[in-house]
Design a binder for this molecule. Sequence first.
Ligand code: SF4
Length: 352
Amino acid sequence: MFRSITLALDMKGCPNRCKHCWMGWSPNGDMPEEDLAVAAADFAPFAESLEIHDWSREPDYADRYRERWELCRELSGPRPHQSHFELASIWRLVRDESYAPWLAELGVEAVQLTLFGGEETTDWYTGRKGAYQEILQAIDILLNNGIAPCIQVFVSKNNLPELPQVETLMEELDLERRCREIGREFDCFVHQGSCDGENRRFYDLWVTPEDLEKIPDRLAAGTLKHFRAETLLDVFGKTEAGLCRELLGDESTFSYVSDDPVFFIDHNYDVYPNITTPSPIWRLGNWKMDGAEAVLDAYRNSRSHAQQTRLTVPVGHLAEAHGDPESRRLFGRDDYIELLLHRYCTAAGASK
Ligand code: SF4
């Protein structure tokens, strides 16, 4: 019996194809709403408390987002369903005028919007022409509904030169004052994201320590505040060379099994633990074909290829086989181990 199980069903997918997407670009599906109740009934016997969500990529992308939110609340428990995340659908914000008031009613105080630089760059990274203009519209809509926009910027060497444009935009839109006027604090931050999913393609362009000096002042200050960090290196992590030195010779292994697991269920009903990108190396089975018990058993016994590898192969071996001891790219330690694990598993023959 788990203390809690959280299920995130990728019922509708996502309108974007962001170049940095850690979830990966799986096709959009259209899972029937009834799957929520069936999933709750199937998984509930294995946990003291269940939490269920109708999305794992774009929240509220389905037209019946309100009904699904209510249904998920009803099906979750006995612990209370989580409040709405700071993630919202920018796509819906500019198409559905009742959406922002609904978010405000739920008590959402801030919503994250992702910029990558100027208009062309942001459209390119988001994978959708018009995305930048929609973000600008969404900022006004949020503020008019008492919700603060929070600006996050994913950075690689590619878009680093455009960060001043983001800062200029924040100033032109007077976001600090406008947030203050609605009684909220303006939050903005920069980070590199984890090197998984689509973002793994940016490995060659990954930020190195000297790049951090190019982050403009307001974004740098916002980043330190957001992550409660003393220095930007605390946020961006250590160089790959430094991490390799730490990990080489380390004989430890690790179990990802938790008492409170979170699972992604894709539109084909394949189930993955929420550790990194849902991909074949993390697949636990198929909920509809194998059943909830078998899937949970695979998780508990670390039977996905990636879990099994991390449980049995010392982390030093992963670094020896796939680390670059000369690289100055910056990573958080856990993110870097997951990158090594992905390389190890895929090199060993599993598909990506
Ligand atoms: S990063 Fe988010 S919005 Fe972008 S494609 Fe991935 S899930 Fe969709």
